[in-house]
Design a protein around this ligand. Structure first.
Ligand SMILES: *Cc1c(COP(=O)(O)O)cnc(C)c1O
Length: 389
């Protein structure tokens, strides 16, 4: 079976639920046991079977099974947000005295977690150039436990050479984690050397801007148990309605992603030709510096990209953004609606590399609107930019 077909079936067991196509939403804390013996038996394997709401219900297991299939992994742990998946994975694999290599282009709250919580626990973070490739070997210390990757990079969209980084990390005994939210389905992490793949399921898996959800997927069952135990020790678990929304979104993920990507490609090609635009940051474009690696490692793209404008006054850019009809101002992405945020000023923090674009920068997400409507919206936006100047 091809991936699209497998994703329709993944985690679904209609025969267990009276033939219902979708798994029921279990609202459960207490799970009743038939006898003391059954209760005692379930306590010996707390993460298998249904024992207590926090450890998971059939709704949880359905989502985890489906996401493991999506990522091409073996098992998954669902969490209450994408950030909780990142922090949960890091907390499971790091202890005082350990060293973490973190990509300089990581999602900003990940950086904040490293610099505050991990630093406070005596776990040192070194930020590295996302384009380091095999050169990561020189940065790995005897106590480096984790090399964290995110590709393409948050807001600036650099594509990392994950296989090269993974080979170097494994040669020195470090684990490779990846924030694979952009790659959702088009980057299969475990064929590229990643040990732990994380998604902010809030974005494309949920896909409708109506739930917070995260996933941590592994290919190694021992690693899964380590992460599951740690996440459970903190008492974290995902909400049942949210997991259901994740499951529902996942069924249409391939078709939505193809649409998001086709629209983004059309818009980015047009943007590249505009006199107001200095550079478009989207690896699916032939001119993008990450294009060759993207072609090699990804099977497609999505609707998220960046734009650097030619120098323009803040007022003019604000006027352009405020007046859009379809590109709404809002954080997050992956939903059906188009979004935009300004990313200039203090939004982009880099410490191992420099990021100094000559003009204002923006991040767009193309939703599922008709591409002609979106293009017209962008075109009218440029009129506001030049009028205000
Ligand atoms: C949004 C996002 C996260 C965090 O996900 P939440 O569900 O909002 O906590 C993590 N990584 C990336 C790349 C994201 O875009």
């Amino acid at each position: 079976m091809k991936k699209d077909t497998r994703l329709l079936h993944a985690g679904r067991h209609p025969e267990k639920f009276d033939g219902a196509v979708n798994p029921p939403v279990y609202h459960a804390s207490t799970i009743l046991h038939a006898s003391v013996a059954a209760m005692e038996k379930s306590g010996k394997t707390p993460f298998e079977g249904v024992r207590y709401g926090r450890f998971g219900t059939p709704t949880t297991f359905a989502l985890e099974e489906a996401v493991a299939e999506l990522e091409g992994g073996q098992r998954c742990v669902a969490t209450c947000s994408g950030l909780a998946a990142i922090t949960g994975a890091l907390m499971a694999c790091l202890k005082a005295g350990d060293h973490l290599l973190m990509t300089d282009t990581t999602y900003f709250p990940t950086r904040k977690f490293c610099d505050s919580v991990l630093a406070g626990l005596g776990i040192e973070t070194t930020y590295y150039d996302p384009l380091v490739g095999a050169g990561i070997a020189a940065l790995i210390r005897p106590n480096t436990r984790v090399v964290f990757t995110e590709s393409p990079g948050s807001l600036t969209f650099e594509v990392q050479d994950i296989p090269a980084i993974a080979a170097a990390a494994h040669a020195q005994g470090a684990l490779v984690m990846m924030d694979n939210t952009w790659g959702a389905l088009t980057f299969q992490p475990f064929t590229k050397g990643v040990d732990i793949s994380i998604q902010a399921a809030t974005k494309y898996i949920v896909g409708h801007a109506d739930a917070m959800l995260g996933t941590i997927t592994t290919i190694d069952p021992d690693l899964w148990l380590k992460i599951k135990s740690s996440v459970a020790a903190f008492g974290h678990c995902a909400g049942t309605e949210e997991m259901y929304l994740g499951l529902r979104g996942l069924r249409t993920l391939p078709v939505r992603l193809r649409h998001h990507a086709a629209t983004a490609l059309r818009l980015t090609r047009w943007l590249e030709s505009r006199p107001e635009v200095e550079r478009v940051l989207y690896p699916a474009l032939e001119n993008d510096p990450g294009h060759a690696l993207w072609r090699r490692d990804f099977s497609g793209a999505c609707g998220l990209f960046g734009v650097i404008l030619k120098p323009a006054a803040k007022d003019a850019v604000d006027c352009m953004l405020d007046g859009y009809s379809h590109f709404k101002l809002g954080f997050s992405w992956g939903g059906f609606e188009s979004l935009v945020i300004p990313t200039s000023g203090h939004s982009i923090i880099r410490t191992a590399t420099t990021w100094a674009p000559t003009g204002p920068s923006l991040r767009f997400h193309t939703g599922l609107e008709d591409a002609d409507d979106l293009l017209a919206d962008l075109e009218r936006g440029f009129e506001r930019l030049t009028c205000a100047a």
